[in-house]
Design a protein around this ligand. Sequence first.
Ligand code: 6PG
Length: 254
Amino acid sequence: MTLRTIDCGDRGQIAVVSDGMELALAAASAVLGLMTNAVQARGVGTIALSGGSTPKTMGMLFHGEPFHSAMPWGSLQIFWGDERWVPLNDPESNAGEAKRGYLDEMPVPPANIHPWPTSGDPDNAAGIYADTIRANVPGQPLPIFDLILLGMGDDGHTASLFPGTSALSITDRITAPNPVEKLNTTRLTFTAPLINAARSVIFLAGGAGKAERLHEVLDGPLETDRLPSQLIRPTSGELRWIVDEAAAANLDRK
Ligand code: 6PG
């Protein structure tokens, strides 16, 4: 249940809920509503899931009602906004964890679940994924997702757009490899232009560890290289945040 909403203008509409379970419930409900509307309007619902830990609780809710029966699973095209450079069977894999956690038990045609390719060359893999997106997500000049779910790292990153990394400044591609020195790895990620083309973008952020950074991202000056979550400003779509009280503790507006 939403305790309060905060209007942060072009930084988004913030729904504050009490705790992690309420955050997961609010997220699952938002996915259900947006996907139902998309399928009713256009016959398909296109969604990009985020990685990390926050979506896992939401995923577990999809096993139960009303979500298992009400979600238009057969009409969804499911992607991920970013991925680690690991095989699907690796516990670090965003797609692998979602498939193992719930997706493989939902009635989604396997051809409609699109993990990133994570073998060969990262740049080539990003190009293949861009082609898959363009083949399954309508929209010109950029594919228009009905919903892109995002998390926010304690450092202000989102997807795999990390502070000070090369992918932050890419404007001529919808996907990219992104070397992340502090993680000693190359990640794969949607670029900001693709995310900003979406009809709906929803950030999920929970826990006290997010509080200071969330305050900087939502209340502070624009510093997109240091706070890449601030790159996300949908061109015409909606920007929402679902956060718990602990993450919202430092926000200027209560
Ligand atoms: C990833 C995610 C990443 C995540 C944030 C928040 O691959 O890790 O896509 O952007 O959303 O790091 O993660 P938590 O939900 O675990 O806080």
